[in-house]
Design a protein. Sequence first.
Length: 475
Amino acid sequence: MRNRIFISAFSALAILFSTVINGPGCANIVPPQGGPRDTIPPVLLKSNPGDSAVNFTGNKIVFTFDEFMDVQDIQGNLLVSPMAKINPVVDFKLREVTVKLKDSLEANTTYTLDFGKALKDITEGNIIKDFRFTFSTGAYIDSLELKGNVLMAETAKPDSTMIVLLYTNKDDSAVVKEKPKYIARLDGKGNFHFKNLPAKTFYIYALKDEGGMRRYMNEKQAFAFSDSAVTMQLKNEPVSLFAYAIKEKQVAATVDFGAPGSKPKPGTATEKRLKFQANITNNQQDLLSDLILNFETPLKKFDSTGLRLYTDSTYQPVTELSMLTDSLARTITLRTTWKENTLYNLILDKEFAEDSSGRKLFKTDTISFITKKKTDYGTLKIRFRKLELEKNPVVQLVNGQGIVSSFPLNETEFNLAIFNPGDYEVRILFDANKNGSWDPGQFFGTRRQPEKVTLIGRKITIKPNWTNEYDIDVQ
């Protein structure tokens, strides 16, 4: 009995001790939790001078926000319009961001500071998007606007890293020699919007400004130009620009295809086997593709008689066969009309090729493969509506690897008996010179616009062993 009383008393003391330590109703001490993460960007409380100030004569603008501020990549983000010869200096301390104007300001001119993504709070990094500030050195704020869109002519898609430039100098050389008066960014859809413009005539360009020079530097730079100037009015028609870049030409390597039997130079490593790969997947050859041999190093010598193609186990020779080498001597392409579900054997004589290191095959080799069945492919039928045949349309089927196939259209219905299954974008190239491929523009001299491509706003899916039919409007 005494033991039970002792245990009960001990239990009561333990409960009392726990209550004193943890407090009534609490099992553990839990530190206070923080609130939800701050996702709200800083808010401007005031500026000196105020936004849309007129008769501005100072050289400093101070912004006060409701949070401690940070400024990132101000040179890459801040756009001053009209463009300054000397960039402003931007400082920040606590809740204030100060812009010090280092360039003299033009009289009776409306200025806009576009900070892009430069301003953010210092704690969570929440960016104030599209923060703009406007002031005028005259008695009023210019209010004219110009909108438009820029697309890459070859793909009909936007490149939001490009900028749009407005010049008042009509000379074509201005885009090379001078910086623009006004600059605007593109949004994700390729749209631009100039605000607070004066009643002047502007010449419009767009370019990819990777070096930050704000000028057209070379033909490999994505570039677009408008056919005509725009004289600003109360209401202006949107401007559409189509950008292009001249692709770098492939320079052929200097390769000596010596006569058969010529020997490599002394000291050349010949102990290693000639290395190459064939574009055969799962031991199957695509009926729609050529057989391509890709070599690790350029070839010095190639004898086409050393490659022979046969069908079936009886080795029936394929007579309608052509072979091509690329300009860099890195690939050999074998082209023929493949029979479906057929065994092929490609015989490679040990002397058929020699690379620039003197490597050959150790012995005559054989590559065996089977072609795919026609049931592995789908049939495609597309009926195009609103298609302008007089503009020489070319349908392009595109996947993540680029243009898979392209076909000139002579009528509004397009048919393919077999095509590889998958998801494709459909584009229409308007082929002005009828060469079957897209051509870039030429600004200086001819002022020729690039050939334009229309992107169909839907994807098509080709299923195997199925007739895939689509009705498509060409906008």
